[in-house]
Design a binder for this molecule. Structure first.
Ligand SMILES: NC(=O)c1ccc[n+]([C@@H]2O[C@H](COP(=O)([O-])OP(=O)(O)OC[C@H]3O[C@@H](n4cnc5c(N)ncnc54)[C@H](O)[C@@H]3O)[C@@H](O)[C@H]2O)c1
Length: 306
C-alpha cells in the first residue's frame, strides 16, 4: 500500500514507519521537525519536511490509500501556554490533513487520539464510551477527533480512532525540557543525577510499550472491522510514578533518590485503559514492564553516549 504518516519524525510515527517499510509498503512521511528529529525517520521513507497546516501538503497525498494522522502539539504544559497554536495544529491542522485526504481519494485514516479524553471521568478502567476532556491539549484532540468523524460521516472516509495511553520505548523524545517519565528517569540516573518527580509520585499511569502500539496501529490499518470504531491502546494495568522510579533504579543501582517538586498543572491522577474491545482482535500487550524498561534504558544509554 501507499501510506502517509503525519508526525513521522516523532516517537510513534517513526516506529510505525519502520514497521510498514519492512512489510513492503511505500511510506510517505510528513513532519515539520518541531519536536521530532530527522534521524528518527527510517531511510526508505519518502520524507517531506513540511507543516500539516500548509496547503502544500495536498500534493503529497496523491495516490495515497491510507493515512496515519499522528502529528500534533502534544505536551500538556506547552498546550496550556499556547492554546491558539494548539488549536491551529491539532484542530485546523487535522482538518487540513482530512481535506488533503478527501481530495486525493484516500480510503482510510487512523487518528491518534489520547487517554487525555478521560481526564474528567472518575471511573476506572476508562471505557471508550465515556469521555470528559478538560485540558487544552485534551480538548484540542477531541476537536480534531470530531473533524475526523465529520469526514467519516460526510465523505465516506473509513476512520479508526486509537486512544493511546502512556506509550514508552525507543525513539521517545528524551530531549524535551520535561521528558516523558521512562526517558527522564533513565537519562538522569545514567548521568548519575537525581531525577525530578512532580507531586508525590503516587499518580498512576497505564504504560504501553511502543511495539505493542505499532502492532495495534497495523491492525487498525488492515482490519476493516475496526472502521468506525474507537479503541483504547493501553496495557490495562497501571503503576505509580514511584513504582517506575524503583524499577529503573533497581536496574541501574545508582543509590540516588528522586527530588520531589510541586505538581505540574492539569496532570490526571490516574490513567487506566479498558482494553476489552482491542483484545477481541487477538491483539494483546506482549512486552512486560521490566522488559520494556530494559529496552528504554538501552536506547537512552546509546543516545547519551553519542
Ligand atoms: N506518546 C504517547 O504517550 C501518546 C499518548 C496519547 C496520544 N498520543 C498522540 O499520538 C501522536 C504521536 O505522539 P508521539 O508521542 O509520537 O509525539 P511526538 O511529539 O514524538 O511526535 C509528533 C510529531 O509531530 C510533529 N509535528 C508537530 N506539529 C507539527 C506540524 N504542525 N506539522 C507537521 N508535523 C508536526 C513533530 O515534529 C513530531 O515529530 C500525537 O498525536 C499524540 O497526541 C501520544
Amino acid at each position: 500500500m501507499r501510506i502517509l504518516i503525519t508526525g513521522v519524525a516523532g516517537f510513534v510515527g517513526s516506529n510505525l514507519a519502520a514497521r510498514l517499510v519492512t512489510e513492503g509498503h511505500t511510506v510517505i512521511g510528513v513532519d515539520n521537525l518541531s519536536s521530532g528529529v530527522a534521524e528518527n525517520v527510517p531511510p526508505r521513507v519518502i520524507f517531506y519536511r513540511t507543516d500539516i497546516r500548509s496547503r502544500r501538503i495536498f500534493q503529497f497525498f496523491e495516490g495515497v490509500e491510507a493515512v496515519f494522522h499522528l502529528a500534533a502539539k502534544n505536551c500538556l504544559f506547552d498546550c496550556l501556554q499556547d492554546p491558539v497554536e494548539t488549536a491551529e495544529i491539532n484542530v485546523a491542522g487535522t482538518a487540513n490533513v482530512l481535506e488533503a485526504a478527501r481530495r486525493a481519494g484516500v480510503q482510510k485514516l487512523v487518528y491518534a487520539d489520547s487517554s487525555a479524553e478521560y481526564e474528567g471521568v472518575p471511573e476506572f478502567p476508562s471505557k471508550v464510551e465515556r469521555i470528559a476532556p478538560l485540558s487544552v491539549y485534551a480538548r484540542s484532540k477531541r476537536a480534531g477527533a470530531m473533524f475526523c468523524e465529520a469526514y467519516a460521516d460526510f465523505y465516506r472516509l473509513r476512520l479508526t480512532t486509537v486512544r493511546y495511553f502512556n506509550v514508552y520505548g525507543p525513539a521517545q523524545d528524551w530531549r524535551r525540557s520535561i521528558p516523558p517519565l521512562m526517558s527522564a528517569f533513565a537519562m538522569k540516573l545514567l548521568k548519575r543525577e537525581r531525577p525530578i518527580i512532580y507531586g508525590t509520585g503516587e499518580k498512576r499511569r497505564d504504560f504501553i510499550y511502543i511495539d505493542d502500539v505499532t502492532e495495534f496501529n497495523v491492525l487498525a490499518l488492515q482490519d476493516p472491522r475496526t472502521d468506525g470504531c474507537v479503541y483504547n491502546v493501553g496495557s490495562g494495568v497501571n503503576y505509580s510514578v514511584n513504582d517506575i522510579f524503583l524499577e529503573v533504579e533497581d536496574l541501574l543501582r545508582t543509590g540516588l533518590a528522586p527530588i520531589y517538586r510541586d505538581d505540574l498543572p492539569g496532570e490526571a491522577e490516574i490513567t487506566l485503559a479498558d482494553i476489552g474491545t482491542a483484545l477481541k482482535f487477538g491483539w494483546r500487550p506482549r512486552v512486560g514492564l521490566r522488559e520494556g524498561i530494559v529496552k528504554s534504558i538501552a536506547y537512552v544509554r546509546e543516545k547519551l553516549l553519542v
